[in-house]
Design a protein around this ligand. Sequence first.
Ligand SMILES: NC(=O)C1=CN([C@@H]2O[C@H](COP(=O)(O)OP(=O)(O)OC[C@H]3O[C@@H](n4cnc5c(N)ncnc54)[C@H](OP(=O)(O)O)[C@@H]3O)[C@@H](O)[C@H]2O)C=CC1
Ligand SMILES: O=C1O[C@H](COP(=O)(O)O)[C@@H](O)[C@H](O)[C@H]1O
Length: 505
Amino acid sequence: MDAMTFVLFGATGDLAKRKIFPAIYNLYLDRKLPESFQLIGLGRRKLSEDEFRSQVAQSLRAFSRRPAADESAVRDFLEHIGYSELNVNELSDYAKLASRIEEREQRFVLPENRVFYMSVAPELFGTIVANLQESGLSRVSGWKRLVIEKPFGHDLESARILNASLAQAFEEKEIFRIDHYLGKPMVQNLEVLEYSNPVLQALWRNRYVANVQITAAETVGVETRAEYYDHSGAVRDMFQNHMLQMLMMLAMQLPKHSTAEEVGFKKRKVMEALRPLQHEGVETSVVRGQYTAGQIGGKQVAGYTEEPGVNPASTTDTYIAARLWIDDYFWSEVPFYIRTGKRLAGKSTRIVIEFKDPADKFSRTNETTAPNLLTIDIGPEAGVTFQLNMKNPLNGKIEPVQIHTAVDEKDVPEAYETLIADMMRGDSTFFAHWDEVELAWQWVQPILNAFERNELPLHTYAAGSNGPEAADRLLEQDGFHWWHDEQLTATQEERKLAETAGVQF
Ligand SMILES: NC(=O)C1=CN([C@@H]2O[C@H](COP(=O)(O)OP(=O)(O)OC[C@H]3O[C@@H](n4cnc5c(N)ncnc54)[C@H](OP(=O)(O)O)[C@@H]3O)[C@@H](O)[C@H]2O)C=CC1
Ligand SMILES: O=C1O[C@H](COP(=O)(O)O)[C@@H](O)[C@H](O)[C@H]1O
């Protein structure tokens, strides 16, 4: 891997502490960093290099997936880490940073390869890029890369403005927009599941699929992020980015090669084929919800508007469900239902593909059978489950059984690790490309408008439930229902039946 200087804006912040440093440390342990690697952390705080390094060491101890128990490994790793005070608004601070970087590049005869990672509030992204350009830091004889955290804009217009400001100094191929869902092993596996399994490949289309459900349910509430979340809501925090990215990864036609260009092209095609919401009206396709007080894991929790930092009159969505249509050859007429929410009954990110019942189902028997389901669990436990129907040898009835394979996640790199390693190699396959981001905002914008004008009812749901009842009706109108956790988990009885029938779990 090329030698590089990694400049981290926001190095004293929460994300750096919990995700970025642990990820880079694990890459170091796996020898996935270049020999000559230097990270310069930036923040406004007055910290000596030693003080900063000891903060980084603490973050490794608290958050690394592999314990930072080996003191000598931690010490060696910290040798690669430096700190500079910098206020992103002060051009003169960039000049000092430039001297520091240039001095090192010259001393060790290193190429001018620079990563600029923006782990700061989104309002600062534009200023940083302008100052990188003004100070000459982004003019390099080697390569340069800009890593940008979410949210990428607040709506379509602000995202376009932000993108135009990045484009002043960076080409699209130099911009790496992080969406950590794209770093999750099962999201990366979606494409592989299809292309490496001819059986699934054959079924992956409207002829056989009745509907697709994509869920990201969380038990956590707004936590300490009210200031951000109350201006964002579920639609901006999860739906516009993570949920639509999962939809693209699932619904895209297989690219010939898994390259950034080809995957990006196929994902864009999905977004272009998404039926604009205006056709059926936001109110018939979208359900907005907000949690009220309730119980989670036997513990009483507050309602959203009682959370610290939340406006007591807030109408912010903590839940959103929507019905989407992809009007292309493969998916037309298949409804895609997407939902995400906080303070729901369980934590799970999951895709369920429900297959159609054959038309002649009743020709042999009057018994109704459960639909075949392919369930892809993205997290917290990754796995794939296939629901089939079998005759129960004990009572002669046809009953659903589940064939399940869990993905062993021990030693599997975290999403940030995978994505940072890809970025260092210059591979943006699993990053959000501008076309996709713009089309996602474009699709979501009517929802933002409708929410802002209060044109949609704000349904409440009790913390610990499966969300507002109105979201059930969204599917009932089409003759379907949500597949919740409890319906997907094999019961003891079903397991016994499957064991008797020789099916392995
Ligand atoms: N935290 C999370 O779980 C997630 C965060 N993100 C995104 O990551 C980014 C960072 O978030 P997070 O770490 O939580 O934020 P924090 O508020 O914890 O950290 C902000 C960082 O920005 C620095 N900073 C603020 N103002 C300036 C300035 N004027 N000049 C220089 N540095 C400045 C702070 O340094 P100092 O205090 O020393 O000035 C600090 O290091 C945001 O874009 C957020 O949306 C995305 C996904 C999840
Ligand atoms: O980006 C975000 O994601 C988390 C959920 O991520 P997961 O990996 O735990 O599924 C969410 O809690 C947060 O609000 C959002 O900003």
